[in-house]
Design a binder for this molecule. Structure first.
Ligand code: URA
Length: 219
């Protein structure tokens, strides 16, 4: 086995272990309320890692990131950009769904800073194992976790930032901001979002996936 293959095997095993460990994580109160943790998925050494805020209702029930309404929005963007989802590593800053009950409905609640902070070491470990060339932060919670400071998404979006470790982070809106936005401005907001994301196209397209190993389940 080559050094590269060993490295991939190691990263795959560690990510699977971490996925199980996040499920048992009770470092903040969210784990006890959620159905399960939602860990990252995608090629183990993907060139681009996309980081969202936290799983939503559907993600919580099915255990996979970005499969609900925000995920469908993201998938549309991926298709328009000529990217393919199966070459991206998708994850979240917070691994458990935070919600409040309204009747029987579970309504998304933004995670508190202390909850995002408690989850940060999982995200950091994921980044260290996947070693993406660059990261995309979808929304303020992801941007803050990645850049270690408060980020004013509307003024800092659409450009590359560098974190303390020298990693490149593209900041843009979370897809749910587009879903919630003023319908009269939806087309323009959509185009702007695509333009932001397109800044990562060169990184995405540069080469074939680095690996066939993919993290899709906890197995
Ligand atoms: N929103 C996110 O930020 N992540 C998901 O996985 C789903 C919705």
């Amino acid at each position: 086995m080559s050094a590269r293959e060993r490295d991939l095997k190691y990263a795959t095993t560690k990510l699977r272990e971490m996925s199980r460990a996040t499920d048992a994580c009770r470092e903040c109160p969210l784990g006890a309320l959620a159905t399960q943790s939602v860990f990252g998925e995608g090629p183990v050494h993907a060139r681009l890692m996309v980081v969202g805020e936290q799983p939503g209702d559907k993600e919580d029930l099915e255990g996979r990131p970005f499969i609900g309404p925000a995920g469908r929005m993201f998938d549309r963007a991926v298709a328009e950009l000529g990217w393919s989802r199966d070459r991206l590593y998708l994850t979240n800053a917070v691994k458990h769904f935070k919600y409040e009950l309204r009747g029987k409905r579970r309504i998304h609640k933004t995670p508190a800073q202390r909850e995002a902070d408690a989850c940060l070491h999982w995200l950091e470990s994921e980044i260290a194992l996947v070693r993406p060339v660059a990261l995309v932060a979808l929304g303020g919670v992801a941007a803050r976790s990645l850049l270690g400071r408060r980020v004013a998404v509307m003024s800092e979006r659409g450009r590359w930032h560098e974190d303390e470790a020298g990693r490149r982070v593209l900041v843009t809106l979370h897809p749910s901001a587009l879903l919630r936005g003023d319908p009269a401005q939806r087309d323009e907001a959509w185009q702007q979002w695509l333009e932001d994301l397109a800044l990562a196209s060169a990184i995405f397209k540069k080469a074939a996936p680095r690996t066939k190993h993919s993290l899709m389940e906890r197995a």
